[in-house]
Design a protein around this ligand. Structure first.
Ligand SMILES: C[S@@+](CC[C@H](N)C(=O)[O-])C[C@H]1O[C@@H](n2cnc3c(N)ncnc32)[C@H](O)[C@@H]1O
Length: 214
């Protein structure tokens, strides 16, 4: 997926991926990450997800990365927070007390931008990318987070019915990119109650990825 694909989606407000409410599986399973007050959660490809407000409310620090500046502006507007806007090592950065969002290409982030991560929350990021990008995506995520534990939320459906994104994922797909660094546990699998692109019924799955050396 090229950047233009996502810019066009945001421009056309074709953002069905935006839930508009906190993800139920995040609420239900956050404790499996065993976070402490003030822990730092990295949210790659964050859009303007309401999950960020919820994570902040829980007392965590959050770092996000998002291509669309429009999305990031709306994220802060909806938080009712005036961000400090700055430039740092090739990225525009929107910041408030406990939230930092890098505007630009996730694949250009380094540990100078994102570091000291206690956990990763990936909802609709892994599944937003075609298979050809997943090796780079997962390697980058492990490098930035030093293989911190992850909650990964995605859809599982009959991919032959509709093309992605979102792409359907299962244990084999996740394992291909995250084993042997992580142990994978499927915490939940619920009927999403919606059809992908109005056609394919889907399950929403929540995976816990625990680093193998923990
Ligand atoms: C499917 S949406 C999911 C957004 C968010 N995680 C959520 O749950 O609502 C994927 C998002 O990733 C952003 N994105 C795609 N490729 C990106 C990249 N290379 N770097 C940063 N953001 C990217 C898109 O603009 C889009 O907002």
């Amino acid at each position: 997926m090229k950047a233009s694909f996502w810019f066009e989606k945001w421009q056309a407000r074709d953002i069905a991926f935006h839930e508009g409410k906190v993800n139920k599986l995040l609420e239900k399973h956050i404790d499996t990450l065993k976070l402490r007050d003030g822990s730092h959660v990295f949210v790659p490809l964050c859009g303007k997800t309401k999950d960020i407000a919820w994570l902040l409310h829980k007392g965590y620090k959050v770092t996000g990365a998002e291509l669309s500046e429009e999305a990031v502006k709306e994220l802060f507007e909806e938080l009712h927070v005036e961000p400090l806007v700055d430039n740092f090592l090739g990225f525009k950065v929107y910041k408030s007390l406990n939230l930092t969002v890098y505007v630009g290409d996730y694949f250009n982030l380094t540990t100078a931008h994102v570091h000291s991560v206690d956990a990763v929350y990936d909802r609709a990021a892994f599944i937003a990318l075609p298979a050809s990008m997943l090796r780079n995506y997962s390697r980058k995520l492990m490098a930035l987070s030093k293989t911190a534990p992850q909650l990964l939320v995605g859809y599982r459906y009959d991919q032959s019915l509709v093309p992605g994104p979102p792409f359907s994922i299962d244990e084999i797909t996740i394992g291909k990119y995250y084993r042997p660094d992580y142990q994978l546990t499927c915490l939940d699998s619920v009927d999403s109650g919606e059809k992908i692109k109005g056609i394919a019924p889907a399950f929403e799955d929540c995976w816990l990825l625990c680093p193998n050396d923990s």
